[in-house]
Design a protein. Sequence first.
Lengths: 370, 520
Amino acid sequence: MSGGRVRRLLLGAAAPVLALVAAILITSLVLLVAGDPVLDTWSTILSAPRERNVANIINNATVLYLSGLAVAVGFRMNLFNIGVDGQYRIAAFAAAVVAGEAWLPGYLNTVLAIVVAMAVGAAWAGIAGLLRATRGVSEVISTIMLNFISTSLVAFLLRKAAVRAPGSNSINTKEIPEGSRIPGIPFGGGVVEIYGFVVLAVLSGLAYWFVLNRTRFGFDLRATGQSTTAAVASGINVRRMIVIAMLISGAAAGLVGLPILFGDAYSYGSTFQSGLGFSGIAIALLGRNHPVGIGLGALLFAYLNEQSNPLQILVGVSPEIVAITQGVIVLTVVVSYEVVRRYRRRLEQQAVAAATDRPERPAPTEEVAT
Amino acid sequence: MASVETPSRSDAPPAVRLRGIGKRFPGVIANDDINIDVARGTIHAIVGENGAGKSTLMKILYGVQPPDSGTIEIDGAAVTLGSPADAIKAGVGMVFQHFMLADNLTVAENVVLGAERLHGIGAAAREEITRISGSYGLGVDPDRLVEDLGVGARQRVEILKVLYRGARIVILDEPTAVLVPQEVDELFDNLRELKAEGLSVIFISHKLDEVLSVADEITVVRRGTTVTTVDPAGVTARQLAELMVGSELPSPSTESSTVTDEVLLSVRDLTLPDPAGGRPLVDGVSFDIHRGEVLGIAGVEGNGQAELVETIMGMRDGATGTVELAGTDLSGRSTGQRREAGIGYIPEDRHRHGLLLDSSLWENRVLGHQTRRPSVSHGLVDRAAARADTQRIIEAYDVRTPGPEVPARALSGGNQQKLIVGREMSGDPVLLIAAHPTRGVDVGAQAAIWDHVKNARRNGLAVLLISADLDELIGLSDRIEVILRGGLVGRFDPSEVTPEDLGSAMTGAGSDAPREEGSP
């Protein structure tokens, strides 16, 4: 069986590698057409990152990983949660307000803020889930609209809750007290630190894997994602599953902004990073909704983001070129997965045909009725 | 059933002569030494089990796939068919099982589409369409929108498309699979017209009664090779089936009665309103099924049998009436709870309702049993136990597969169905609902599934059997109820009823007749 396992692994890796190669080729083509130096650009991007850069990559990947997980939960159920972006921002805002008020001491405050973030993210996504389950509204449409509402709502509430730092134009929520911040983990000789939240991200990945692949709930979720009709016939309450899946996806989305909030920014302000939810869609696609795959996808995106920073200074190319690479990856990955899937299906059918190509025998092994 | 030589109606060469056709796919021999002669002006049927190689053979004849060996002669001249365009040029046309028509175009536009060079797209084309329609009795109005046409009329448009392109040899792939009995008769009349005009029709089917009624010659394909060519006048459906399987065929006839007087399933006044506001889909249905009894439901498709089953399974909202299983009232319970109460369910459409096609066989074993051991315990999926139990099903129900890890999609229809039957029989059900259990499966799997239904009956289950195959219903049931427009309209004793009686009751012709005496 080990031969088959190796082949399965190779086939699994073939699609992303194929996509990556295609994306690099297309990006090079864009550089060529624009008259930019192709080789210099790649040698900058592919140069070995320094410790400080590695820490940045890990930090960025932590955030992207959580976003990818949130999207992947929906994907496994055939729900397209485009609203992770809105969900994480409204959740991070709520968490920042709660943590900034510091109603509870020390880490109790942190825990409360994390719970609030997950609850708010879940509630925001749950709106789309309820609409889909009761009224049949496509979650694609409703989550996109909820993104806009979330942006406006947060901007509106931020004005009410914000404190203006003297001599600054940006407005922020109250700073989280020092005792409630999550300390960084010293990295590479202690010069730099990575987010302590990375531990929680890894735990989230483990939980995702366990719940989806080992529990009855996960089975129901995947079954519903594959075939709603078969799920109904098997006794799964599909409407309830839709709401629950959206709640879980939203709760995971609620975590996305927290590594930044508790490890770096300490408050939510008008400059808080946005757009992480959309990267999560690409990363979930790239990682095939697999917890390890999403991790690799998050690292790749974070790596490209970080390594593109010096492009402008060193070779005079806009760092936005990696956004093209990332976008192309998403397109090519969808195509290459389909190619590999068809190839794999053909292999399987041949295997079945070969194994069943044996002489007929009387149909049932039990006694045949006469 | 003596095999006949190719009838020499004239000295003209046969319209189609296939000699030694072979086609291999990696690991599979699809066709091997196929020899067929189709005489001009005849209907030639090709019958065989699913997977016997009929479709591959037709694809070769229509130029979709090149043969690895052998020769094709059309009207005595050897041809090489590299593409469907070559085939059309040689006068071969094909009507596929799934129609390829644009709904929002008219009949004329559909026919002309892709063949604009022949007669243009204007009056000349219309005239030609009307002429063909008239001379073969197709009765097709060129100006109707295809979306307004019924299934039978759409099929005639497909035939017209083929004739418009000048086909003298028309291949029809399982043309009756989508038709109701009355439309089948109309189709056969059309085919006879084609024959009378000197065209040759190649008719692929596995409905043996139809083949016997319409074909002039029948070629049996088994395991990729032509077994024999027979004259329909000299064979029975049963003999044909035996030629297809290559062994003696078990009949669906049931053994001595095992019916007891203990009621297991009691349905009272079950009604399912039409969400669109029309006549109720299920209309005040009441019946009992006893331990060890098979109740057959006969009916023309679309008269509420699918809705009846889904209502009993709790899959439909808004139903009224009661469903009682072994003394427990199931009304208001969810589908999952009904399954747990002991209902095994073989759905009508196994791809839509019975399987997760991209999941492994053992995951499909878990489906519908998510709340029960051995596949699930304490909220966790017990993978080892599920795999072991799948292996048990594979062996006990003769599911042909390399193992439980294979995705369900890779299995043939018959093997998928055997897996479903095995799954639904595990977990000690008290009621088995089997909706069209042998639809689309080959003759070998059909016999096996009949045996499993009989075993279930002998083991004291109540069985609700829905089928469009009247022989199957009569052979397996202890009692037959006829469903018409959502209501039960007649009860028959299968030992006395004939398919003709059932047929007239199903269409409403016999609904005024006195209810015949049933068993309980």
